[in-house]
Unconditional design. Sequence first.
Length: 375
Amino acid sequence: MLLPDGTLYLDFNATTPLAPDASEALDRASRQVFGNPSSLHAPGREAKALLEGARAALARFVGCNASEVVLTSSGTEAAHLAWETALAGTLRKKIITSSIEHPCVSAQAERWGARGFHILEIPVDGRGVLDLQALESALGEEVALVSVMAAHNETGVLQPVAEAGRLTRAHGALFHTDAVQAMGKVPSPWPDARPDLLSLSAHKFCGPKGAGALAVREGLRVAPMLVGGGQEGGARSSTEAVPSVHAVGVAADRARDHLGESRRIEALRDSMEAELRGRWGALVHGSGAPRLPNTSFFSLPSADGSALAAALDARGIFVATGSACHEGGSGLPRVLKAMGVPAGTRTPLRVSLGVGTRADDVGRFLDVLGETLGA
Ligand code: PLP
């Protein structure tokens, strides 16, 4: 996507620009709707109507009932609320997750481990896909929660959450999926994976930052982290950020409409990868697995991703090296180590396309990359 100053944004997995109508909704509600949605008078009712409208839009987006949507401040908070809900008061003492989760899950695992839970990380194969056999053998009566992301933020690899959900249910444990990267890029995993808990974040689908939601399957009682005024039916106290939540609802409806764009985006991504392989011998991580249509995570044999990202930035092209990728000695991101990528592999680049990315944009990226590489 070309920005107004002519620079080029290709980092949609990090965050997305606000959809124009979400931006208008945010502005309008900020100026005109100031009531507290818990107030019973007209301004309060007006604010409440916006909240409930957004909740209904999120429910359409996820495929759940509006009564199953809890509004949160972020994907991170939603994942925390999911774990708290699954684990508070349980007598089962084992938690299963994967070796490639986002830190909002893996850091929680460490915390719950320190509280006496046994944490097991299921490995992924060389394509970056969860090992379902290992999951099946790890499940048992002592497992309280299985938490597996729907799509990886760096590789874009889609995880087999439908199968993981089925296995988890068969053992009577609860299933959470971090669907932050999946929502808006592929159909919602809610109907197939049937998770008990699904977390999402608005800024990944052209909604505002600092807004997310947790879908909680009917019948499961939320264990609130924030207590006080009893908002969100007691699931999350604090006065709701009405303008922002209103914009989330608009963005969710828009993202649902845009799912049809994914074929076009995938074709662009695939043609870009063909060039990257053909011209510079790129190794595309996770390309053997089903992936998000917009994401490409690759290493070039001739240059480190970190150097290339900096050079591209200087030319007004914004891509990523992946997130939090500098842990460990080799400098490779955790997900690549988990996939068993050889230690000498150059650090990767992540290019993530989005609404508004055109073939010309990809062409410009490839031209400038070629000039940077001197090839
Ligand atoms: N989960 C995944 C897979 C993500 O990619 C991110 C954000 O990068 C998050 C969770 C956290 O979402 P938020 O930024 O809304 O806290």
